[in-house]
Every structure is written in C-alpha cells, then in structure tokens.
Design a binder for this molecule. Structure first.
Ligand SMILES: NC(=O)c1ccc[n+]([C@@H]2O[C@H](COP(=O)([O-])OP(=O)(O)OC[C@H]3O[C@@H](n4cnc5c(N)ncnc54)[C@H](O)[C@@H]3O)[C@@H](O)[C@H]2O)c1
Ligand SMILES: [Zn+2]
Length: 551
C-alpha cells in the first residue's frame, strides 16, 4: 500500500480529490492525463484526433508505469486506463486502488458545467449529442473494471474535501495504520498538510482566526501542560493577549517570554537567556514551547527547543507569510553568529504548526510581499495549477481576501511539506528544488550587506536571473520567463537589481559555491511547475545574466 491510485469515470473529481488527498498525507500528487498532455505537447482531444486512441493509450501506459514505480504518491488516472489488463494489474499491485463513483446523471451534469480540469480533455469519447446516453453506455462497459478497486467512494452528494477525507480513511483502515495511528487532525477543514518525518508525522493547520481557538486546538493535539509561550515584542503587542486568553479559557497554564523584535535577536545570547528562563521554571522535556511570530521567532525558539534538555516539544504559530510558507515547516532551526547567518542550528521538527492567516493583516506590507515571493516559488517549481491561481487571484491575494488567501497559503504550505517529507535532512537532493532563485538571491543579499533587499525580494530577482539562464540554455521556454516576470511585478517584487556592485555579488556567489562543493547547482524551470537541478551552467553565462540584471 505504498501509493493511492484513483480510478473512475470522467467527472468524478479524481484530479481535485487526488490533490487534496496528497495534501492531507504529505504525499506527491501525479495526474497521468496531465503528464500525457505535457509529454505530447498537446491536449488529449488533439492526440485522439491526430494520432488515434491507440497512440494515446500507449503513452498513458508508459506514464502510468513510471508513476507507479515511486512510493507515497497519489496518482489520478484517466477514466479508461484501467481497461487495459496490464494497467489494471499494475494499479492493483502498486497501491490502494480507489474508485470514485458517481451516477451517470451526476456525471452528465458535472461535465456540462464549466470545467478546467484535464478531465475535460478526455471528453473526445463523450462528444456529440445524447451525452447522457453515451456516458451511460461507456460507463457500463467500464463498470466491471472499476469494480476491481479495493475501495469505492460514492461522490454524488459529497463535497470534494469530504471525498478526500473518505479516501484517507480508507487508506488508514486498509493499510493497517488503522485508528491506532491516525493521521493527526485528519478530517479537520484547516489541515493544509501533514509533514512525514523520521520521528513522527506532524500536521500543519492553516486557517483564518485560528489563534482565538488555539487553546482548543492544542487540547486536540494533545500537548502536556504547561506551555512556554515565546514571542517578539511587535508580534506580542498584537497577538500576545489573545493567545494567552485562549490558553486560559482552555485551562492550559502558560509562562510567557518576550524579546526585542528583529534579526539581531536570533543569537546565542538570546538562546542563553531563554535557557536560563526555562531552567528557573523547571521546564521539562515533555513540556511544550510555543513559538509565536515570524521566522526569527520560529528559528530561535526551534533551536532552543532542539537543545534545551535535549529536546522539548515544539509548536509553531507563524505570523509572517515567510514563516507560514517557509520557516515554520521543515525543521530547520538556527541562530546567527557574527561570522555568518544561521551558522549554528539543528534539524528539529515541531509537533504541530498552526498558521493563522488573519494575522497577516498587521504584517508590514514589504514583509508581506517578500513572503509572496517564496509562496510563488513553490508554485513555479512544483505546481503549475497553483501558478494559474496566483495569476487569476492576484488582486484578491494582495487585498488578503480571507478565503482565497487561506486557500493559496494552504497549497503553498502543502508543497513545502511535500518536499520536506521526501527529503527531511537535505540528503537526497530533492530539497534542493526549494533553492530556486536562491543562488543569485543569497549572493545579492550578502553582496549588499543585507541592507538593500529583504530575503524574498532578493529571491524574486534571483528567480528572474535563473529563468534567463534557463532560457539561454534552452531549458526554460520564453513564455515561462515572461509569465514569471509579469506575476512577480504584479506582486510588486523587484525583478532587477540596478546599480549593485557585480564584483561583490559574484564574490558572495563564489563563497557560496565553496561552501556547497565543487559545482554550483542551479535550479532551473523546464516548464511551469517543473524544476530541474543543473550543474552545467557556465560561469560566463551567469555573469552575463547578472550584468543585465544590474544594468
Ligand atoms: N528555518 C527556515 O527554514 C527559514 C526559512 C525562511 C526564513 N527563515 C528565517 O526567518 C527570518 C525571516 O523571517 P521573517 O521575515 O518572518 O522575520 P521576522 O520574524 O523578523 O518578522 C519580520 C518583522 O515582522 C514582524 N511581524 C511578524 N509577524 C507579524 C504580524 N503578523 N503583524 C505585525 N508584525 C509582524 C516581526 O516582529 C518583525 O519585526 C530570518 O531569520 C530567516 O533566516 C528561516
Ligand atoms: Zn528562501
């Protein structure tokens, strides 16, 4: 039961449900129809028209085989894939085979409405008049194959999210994970992702106004009393009292420590003060540290949690966009030394992350925008569909409209969670994908003395640089370069760095290179949502592109 494979007729929601299931489990999502379209370079209807159904089925078979070769994947398959006996055997062997079922009338209605899913492309078999009859006929022919699934979920009356939860429950039940070891917060509407780690999985909740319910949420976690709430002065001013009050209402005893806001607090000195404070209160290993704030708070408190008493429980309550989509997920904790940032630290995973998106309303505008750069980066490297959502919803996101903003942050969080789940300690190379835009970005920050660019701003310029490098290597299509550029501009992020001293920036890049080993690895985009790592970018090309950005 290493994968979950979804089958079922068009219009049963395989793509959307699959995406949601992957998010709930922290797994990778693959859609064979999407992959076929990508490889063929044309929509399914055109493959059918120009090359015939047999050619489509052959490519579908290859794609399915490759998809099933991996582990911990949710794979949405085309409605007809299971009709091939070889495919059927493969699907049964390589995972939990779940059929999404719906009545012909429901499918007819669903396919009639506006649809953007790749399912739409499969309609060549359903085109023409009397579609209901055609659905009934084709579905009837396939029914015996669908009946081979290990589990069937009837989707007629269920919202997508509930179908996804039903699939997760089936997996828990049939894979023997059973009720003894449930996915934490499975079924919670705010659950954005579960991060799989070597120690234990942890849930990431993303929702609107969650801090006011934090006592109740911690009660469900559950965590042991008392809790040690740590925050910085600016965040505490806004959210300290409400959090304390919510804890009090849930009868969770709480000690509070507030330190001055700012990057300089991410120091060994402050860590040391925190150790002393915890020792005076006789904090124990089973007690919980609550990190309420931006990346500075999550990094510092994470580091203290990792080291005090050889490890206390840790819950992150990120309040900046950077902390929500990046710092709070993945277990990297650190403090700065005068010699370099983040030089002392540890991998240490929290037990729970609760991101209250409503807190972004008080985050200064520039910090908000730089956070969007990292969130957009996640879409660029792994999720073309999320990139479209960014393009379509820019205005609503910039205005922090609760529903779309929460949704988009949930999806961006799920991507980071997925990458971390695949490569917890940066050993397999998969986590490298997150460094898209960071080769130039880091050098820009360091080369300008950390004074001119916020991290996300430097990454935005870095992504533009990587895209231009990719284009000139023939890796990145020009259309991708343009759309990335346009979206970053709409999020008011810098896409150039006029006037920076090239020498200093390149020196910083060389230092980075030394730290990373013999070859500088560049993350480049092959298409929207598909990143690759390349070690063969000539230094002269990087120089050329940097020089253009600095003009
Ligand atoms: N561990 C990781 O994987 C990782 C990833 C990215 C960044 N980081 C680290 O995170 C730090 C940057 O994160 P950051 O930008 O959140 O910095 P930060 O924590 O300093 O927050 C920026 C400023 O915004 C304030 N603030 C935060 N949330 C607020 C809110 N809701 N309302 C009003 N003010 C608010 C803070 O008090 C601070 O003044 C860096 O130290 C970086 O190294 C770590
Ligand atoms: Zn970053």
């Amino acid at each position: 039961m290493n994968n979950i494979i979804l089958t079922g007729f068009s219009g049963t929601g395989k793509t959307q449900v699959g995406r949601a299931v992957a998010r709930l489990l922290g797994w990778e999502f693959l859609d064979t129809d999407e992959e076929v379209v990508r490889r063929a370079g044309k929509p399914i209807a055109r493959i059918f028209a120009e090359e015939g159904e047999a050619s489509f089925r052959a490519l579908e078979g290859t794609v399915l085989q490759e998809a099933c070769a991996g582990d911990r994947r949710v794979i949405a398959t085309g409605g007809g894939a299971i009709m091939d006996p070889a495919n059927q055997a493969l699907m049964e062997a390589r995972g939990l085979l779940v059929c999404l079922e719906a009545r012909a009338e429901t499918i007819h209605t669903r396919l009639g409405g506006p649809q953007r899913s790749p399912e739409e492309e499969v309609r060549p078999l359903l085109e023409g008049p009397e579609r209901l009859e055609r659905v009934q006929l084709l579905k009837g022919r396939r029914q015996a194959a669908y009946a081979r699934a290990h589990w069937t979920v009837h989707t007629d009356r269920l919202p997508l999210e509930e179908v996804a939860q039903e699939v997760v429950r089936a997996w828990q039940y049939l894979s023997g994970r059973g009720p003894g070891e449930p996915v934490p917060f499975a079924g919670d509407a705010d659950l954005a992702a579960v991060v799989e780690t070597s120690s234990r999985p942890y849930p990431v909740l993303v929702g609107w106004d969650l801090l006011s319910r934090i006592g109740e949420i911690l009660g469900k976690a559950p965590i042991a009393d008392p809790v040690y709430l740590v925050s910085d002065s600016r965040v505490f001013e806004h959210y300290g009292r409400p959090v304390q009050q919510a804890l009090q209402e849930a009868e969770i005893p709480c000690h509070t420590f507030v330190f001055p806001a700012g990057e300089t607090s991410k120091s060994l000195e402050l860590a040391s003060s925190l150790y002393g404070w915890l020792a005076e209160r006789r904090a124990q290993r089973g007690h919980t540290l609550l990190a309420l704030g931006g990346g500075v708070v999550t990094d510092l408190v994470g580091f203290v949690a990792a080291t005090y008493n050889r490890g206390m429980h840790l819950v992150h309550l990120p309040t900046s966009l950077t902390a929500m989509v990046d710092a709070a997920i993945g277990g990297k904790t650190a403090v700065n030394l005068p010699q370099a940032k983040n030089l002392v630290g540890a991998f240490y995973q929290p037990r729970l992350v609760v991101a209250d998106v409503a807190t972004l309303k008080t985050l200064p505008q520039r910090e908000l925008l730089e956070g969007w750069a990292e969130a957009i980066k996640h879409a660029l490297i792994l999720d073309a569909d999320l990139f479209h959502t960014f393009e379509e919803g820019t205005e609503l996101l910039l205005a922090l409209a609760p529903e779309p903003t929460t949704q988009v942050i949930r999806r961006s969080v799920a991507i980071k969670a997925h990458v971390v789940s695949q490569d917890e300690r940066e050993t397999t190379g998969y986590r490298t994908l997150l460094n898209y835009g960071h080769t130039i970005g880091h050098a820009l920050e360091a080369g300008t003395g950390y004074g001119r660019f916020l991290h996300g701003e430097a990454v935005a310029v870095g992504m533009v640089g990587a895209a231009h490098i990719g284009q000139r290597l023939g890796v990145t299509p020009p259309e991708v370069v343009e759309r990335q550029d346009a979206l970053l501009r709409r999020f008011q992020l810098p896409v150039r760095c006029p006037g920076v001293d090239l020498g200093t920036v390149e020196e910083a890049m060389a230092l980075d290179k030394k730290a990373l080993g013999p070859s500088l690895r560049w993350v480049l985009l092959e298409s929207l949502g598909h990143a690759v790592v390349r070690a063969d970018v000539p230094a002269s090309l990087a120089h050329e592109v940097l020089a253009e950005l600095a003009r």
